[in-house]
Design a protein. Structure first.
Length: 77
């Protein structure tokens, strides 16, 4: 499965092993058009690469859709 995601301004806190971890919600869809979202706590690129463009694009964020905006700021996982 392939998923295309874009970063949103929505951040929630996940509780993982008793610790709060911030996660940004990314929205998108699968190649077959199924809407989905992901809770991203970390994102990285391989050492030694020029990350100038990556860093610039990582700052781009859109407003979440109404469904994502309604997700509570604190989740328990």
């Amino acid at each position: 499965m392939n998923v295309t995601l874009h970063s949103t301004t929505k951040i929630v806190k996940l509780v993982i092993h008793g610790r709060e971890v911030p996660a940004r919600i990314w929205e998108g869809e699968t190649d077959s058009g199924i809407p989905c979202h992901a809770y991203i706590t970390r994102i990285a690129v391989a050492d030694g690469l020029d990350t100038t463009q990556f860093d610039r694009e990582l700052l781009e964020q859109s407003r979440p859709t109404a469904a994502i905006a309604a997700i509570p700021a604190r989740l328990v996982i």
